[in-house]
Ligand binder design. Structure first.
Ligand SMILES: Cc1cc2nc3c(=O)[nH]c(=O)nc-3n(C[C@H](O)[C@H](O)[C@H](O)COP(=O)(O)OP(=O)(O)OC[C@H]3O[C@@H](n4cnc5c(N)ncnc54)[C@H](O)[C@@H]3O)c2cc1C
Length: 383
């Protein structure tokens, strides 16, 4: 049925989810100020995540026997669009819902699915991503954290960095070396699931430019993991992490990081009762870019529904999407700056200052612009 749909259409049954989600958010966030809503990705609210889980809006594509809804990815697209447009605090469940759950569903054992997926769907289990290390970011194949086989399971030593919300998460899924040496690159890598409360795990939050603490440094010193900590195949970590990155990059998230600011600026323009030609031009350009990117994001979701793994297409949407996310604060600042005598609302200015400070990170998290462009060039046969 999906195959017979136009590539840029959200199926009606998924679209039907939009109204109840929007109504719930209007109620749940009605007292939340702009300064909090602007932090949406970084907003961490376990009660809010549980409320989404209770309504069946997490783990939408996970199998029903493990607590999911067994729906196609368009359902999650609709929910994510509404969450980000409203500036909902998605940080607690974000990673588990987007990639850890789907990864466990794809590669995990039946025991792992039973242990973790129901809690993810209820919005009760929070995960973080253990890929980057102090000397392995873009060059992920050079990770040095090592898990050595023991009689009881695995002994883990090493460290991860920039791990979003590690100090507030229950588990990390980490890419580690289980055999060979760093020179072996992709060979000998595996993924392990780490309970972050085990002895030997030390987590240090890192304060960012805006004063927030979300990403962390995580050290492992002789951490003993059980046998069932290994996800999928030993040595299959590279293929698995590549699939995980498609989950990470293929959603609609990478277009909307600045959308709450855009909305706040539009509200301000409305409140002035006039629309000058320069602001009209800015609005038209941003809305036009967003409409095209949204259509491309929907199309990527259509490809996933059709059984493809559109890594290059997802990289293209992420690269162009983060460019738009970064353009929004710049263009709004220019538009406001062009009217130096206007009395501007303080919350709008604070929101603009915040997005301007964090915007450079939009094209770093999830893979940098240069890395995505080299993937796109390779996909097009240009290198
Ligand atoms: C807000 C935020 C949240 C994050 N959350 C997580 C997380 O939860 N888990 C996690 O594992 N990581 C996370 N990261 C880390 C992120 O994935 C890395 O920062 C990113 O992959 C880049 O790695 P690096 O910082 O080591 O930079 P480097 O790899 O050292 O790159 C430095 C610069 O060199 C460029 N460069 C590197 N190699 C090449 C090349 N071959 N060709 C051309 N240019 C190149 C890069 O594009 C970049 O501009 C997060 C980062 C941010 C900003």
């Amino acid at each position: 049925m999906i195959n017979s749909l136009p590539m840029t259409a959200i199926p009606a049954e998924a679209e039907a989810l939009r109204a109840p989600v929007r109504a719930f958010l209007a109620q749940a966030l009605k007292e939340v100020p702009l300064e909090k809503r602007i932090r949406s990705w970084m907003g961490f609210d376990a009660d809010f995540s549980r409320a989404l889980g209770a309504r069946g809006w997490l783990g939408l594509s996970l199998p029903p026997q493990y607590g999911g809804a067994g729906r196609n990815p368009f359902f999650r697209l609709v929910v994510v669009e509404e969450l980000l447009a409203a500036g909902a605090p998605v940080g607690a469940h974000w990673i588990a819902d987007r990639q850890s759950g789907p990864l466990i569903a794809k590669y995990g054992s039946d025991e792992q699915k039973r242990l973790y997926l129901p809690g993810i769907c209820r919005g009760e289990l929070f995960f973080c991503i253990g890929m980057s290390e102090p000397n392995a970011g873009s060059d992920l194949a050079s990770v040095r954290t090592r898990a050595v086989k023991t009689d009881a399971g695995w002994r883990l030593n090493g460290s991860k960095i920039w791990t979003t919300n590690a100090y507030r998460s229950h588990y990390m899924i980490a890419l580690v070396r289980t055999s060979g040496a760093p020179e072996d690159r992709q060979r000998g890598l595996s993924q392990v699931l780490i309970d972050l409360h085990l002895p030997g795990v030390t987590i240090r939050p890192i304060r960012d430019l805006a004063g927030d603490e979300h990403f962390c440094e995580v050290a492992f010193q002789d951490v003993d993991l059980a046998d069932n900590a290994l996800i999928g195949q030993e040595g299959g970590g590279w293929e698995q992490v590549t699939a995980e990155l498609v989950f990470e990059r293929s959603g609609p998230e990478r277009i909307y990081s600045s959308v709450v600011l855009l909305d706040a600026w539009i509200d301000y323009l409305r409140s002035t009762g006039r629309l000058d030609p320069a602001s009209t031009g800015t609005l038209g350009r941003l809305a036009g870019n967003m409409a095209v990117l949204r259509a491309m994001s929907i199309s990527v979701t259509g490809q996933i529904c059709a059984g493809a793994s559109p890594a290059v297409e997802a990289a293209l949407v992420k690269d162009l999407g983060t460019e738009l996310e970064q353009l929004i604060p710049t263009m709004i600042a220019d538009a406001l700056g062009a009217q130096p005598d206007a009395a501007l609302p303080a919350p709008l200015l604070r929101a603009l200052a915040f997005v301007t400070q964090v915007a450079p990170s939009f094209s770093l998290r999830g893979g940098t612009r240069e890395i995505l462009r080299s993937m796109i060039a390779r996909g097009l046969g240009l290198r």
